[in-house]
Design a protein around this ligand. Structure first.
Ligand SMILES: Nc1ncnc2c1ncn2[C@@H]1O[C@H](COP(=O)(O)OP(=O)(O)O)[C@@H](O)[C@H]1O
Ligand SMILES: [Mg+2]
Length: 411
C-alpha cells in the first residue's frame, strides 16, 4: 500500500477569496475554509456558502466549533431529522441504512467500522495481526497488551517476567475513566472485559512532568488509503511531578495525562494568552518540539517515527474499513474522519501509540485550543472538498504529507 495523493490540488484561478478551482480541467469549484472567519464574521466569506445553499446538520454531539466554522462560511443548519444536507457531523457511527442512502454530494464525518481503530481492544488486535504478518519490530508501536478475561493466563506468564506496573483500561472508554495501575495480578478483576497493557514507566519528562501528545489525523479515503497528519497538536501535562517508584501508582495526577483528569487538580495551570504556547499544563506540540530540540533531541527523527506510527495504525484497520465502505457507502467521497491519536514519548525518544479517539474533543477551554482546533477543522473541511462534491484532495500549508514514508516494497 502506498499513500497516494491521487489528484493534485491546484488553485490556478480564484474568483473569490473562498473558492479554489480544482480537478483535472480546473472546473470544479470548492470552498476553502478560513479559521479567521469564525471571529471576523466576514460577509464575503459567508456569501459563498449562502450562494450554493449549503446545509449541515449536527447529530448526537455538541460542537460549537464545527457549527461556528460552518455558519461563518454561509452554511445553514437543518433539523437533525432532515436529510437535505451537504454535511452531517455526528458524534457516533452511522447505521448502514443511513450510509446507503447518501447521495454523491453528501458527506459524513465517520467511516463504517472505524471502531476497528478507536476501540482499544480492536486496535490492539489489528496491530498484533500486522506484527504477525509483517514482523513484530515493524509494528512495535503499541505497548504489549492482553485482552481479559480471555488472555488472563498469557498475562500471568508475562507478569512473571515483567512485574510492571501494568495499566488497566476498559476496552472502550475515554477521558481516563476506569484507568488505574496495578503491580500485582491479584488487583485485576477476573470477570470484566478490560485491557491490561505494559505501563511505559520511562516517559520523557519536561520539568519532571509526564506528558502525552494529541495528534489530529484526517483520513479522506480507505481505498486508496489517504491520510493527513495535522502539523500542530497538543502536549498535555500531568499535574504532579513524575516518580518512577511504585508507591505513587494510585496517583492519577502523576500517571494520567488526560486533560479531563488533570483539570480537576488544584495544581492545573491554564494559560489565557493564545500567543504563549509553552506555559502551564497544555502546550502546543510545536512548542514542545522546540523545547526538545533546544535540549538537543532529534525531533525530526521523532516526528518521522510519529508519522510512521500513524500510517501503520491506519493500515492495520484498512482492510476491515475498506470492506465496510464497499458494502455500505455508495460514493467514494461520502465519508471522511478525524481521529485523535494519543501518543506517549518515552525517555529513549520512542513514540508509543496509546489509543485512537473517535470524535476527538473539539472543546476550546483555553485560547490555545481555539487557535489550534479552529485552523485544524478549517483545513479539514477544505481538504474534504465539501462544497461541490469533487474528488479533489487539497494539500494546504498547515498539513504535512510525506508519501515517501513507507517504501512500496514493505507491503
Ligand atoms: N501503556 C501506558 N503507559 C504509560 N501511560 C499510559 C499508558 N496507557 C495510558 N497511559 C496514560 O493514561 C492516559 C489515558 O490513557 P488512554 O489510553 O489515552 O485512555 P483514555 O481513553 O481514557 O484517554 C494516557 O493519556 C496516558 O497518560
Ligand atoms: Mg486518551
Amino acid at each position: 500500500v502506498r499513500l497516494a495523493l491521487s489528484s493534485v490540488y491546484s488553485c490556478l484561478t480564484r474568483d473569490h477569496a473562498c473558492i479554489a478551482w480544482t480537478g483535472l480541467s480546473r472546473k470544479t469549484p470548492v470552498l476553502v475554509f478560513f479559521a479567521e472567519a469564525i471571529v471576523s464574521k466576514d460577509g464575503n466569506i459567508r456569501s459563498v456558502g449562502e450562494r450554493y445553499n449549503l446545509a449541515f446538520k449536527i447529530v448526537r454531539t455538541e460542537s460549537r466549533l464545527v457549527r461556528g466554522i460552518l455558519t461563518s462560511h454561509g452554511f445553514h443548519e437543518i433539523h437533525p431529522n432532515s436529510n437535505d444536507f451537504n454535511l452531517m457531523w455526528t458524534g457516533s457511527h452511522l447505521k448502514p441504512y443511513l450510509l446507503r442512502s447518501l447521495q454523491d454530494f453528501q458527506k459524513v464525518n465517520h467511516f463504517p467500522r472505524s471502531y476497528e481503530l478507536t476501540r482499544k481492544d480492536r486496535l490492539y488486535k489489528n496491530i498484533q495481526r500486522m506484527q504477525q504478518a509483517h514482523g513484530f519490530k515493524n509494528f512495535h508501536i503499541v505497548p504489549q497488551t492482553y485482552v481479559l478475561p480471555s488472555e488472563y493466563q498469557e498475562f500471568c506468564s508475562s507478569f512473571v517476567k515483567d512485574k510492571g506496573p501494568w495499566i488497566i483500561k476498559p476496552v472502550a472508554s475515554s477521558r481516563g475513566r476506569g484507568i488505574y495501575l496495578v503491580s500485582n495480578p491479584n488487583q485485576i478483576p477476573v470477570d470484566e472485559n478490560i485491557l491490561v497493557s505494559r505501563y511505559i514507566n520511562n516517559p520523557l519528562l519536561i520539568d519532571d512532568f509526564k506528558f502525552d501528545v494529541r495528534l489530529y489525523v484526517l483520513v479522506t479515503s480507505y481505498d486508496p488509503v489517504t491520510i493527513y497528519l495535522y502539523e500542530e497538536g497538543l502536549a498535555r501535562f500531568a499535574t504532579v511531578k513524575y516518580d518512577r517508584g511504585t508507591k505513587n501508582i494510585k496517583n492519577q495526577f502523576m500517571h494520567l495525562t488526560n486533560y479531563s483528569v488533570n483539570k480537576k487538580s488544584s495544581d492545573y495551570v491554564s494559560c489565557d494568552d493564545p500567543e504563549v504556547e509553552d506555559y502551564g499544563n497544555k502546550w502546543s506540540m510545536s512548542a514542545m518540539l522546540r523545547y526538545l530540540k533546544q535540549e538537543g533531541k532529534d525531533t525530526t527523527l521523532l516526528m518521522g517515527q510519529v508519522e510512521d506510527l500513524v500510517i501503520k495504525a491506519v493500515l492495520s484497520a484498512e482492510l476491515q474499513i475498506a470492506t465496510a465502505c464497499q458494502m455500505f457507502v455508495p460514493h467514494r467521497t461520502n465519508c471522511f474522519e478525524l481521529y485523535g491519536f494519543d501518543v506517549l514519548i518515552d525517555s529513549n525518544l520512542k513514540p508509543w501509540l496509546l489509543e485512537v479517539n473517535l470524535s476527538p474533543s473539539l472543546a476550546c477551554d483555553a485560547p490555545l485550543d481555539l487557535k489550534i482546533k479552529a485552523s485544524m477543522i478549517s483545513d479539514m473541511f477544505s481538504l474534504v472538498g465539501e462544497v461541490l462534491h469533487s474528488t479533489f484532495l487539497l494539500q494546504r500549508k498547515k498539513l504535512i504529507y510525506r508519501p515517501s514514508l513507507l517504501p512500496d516494497a514493505e507491503f
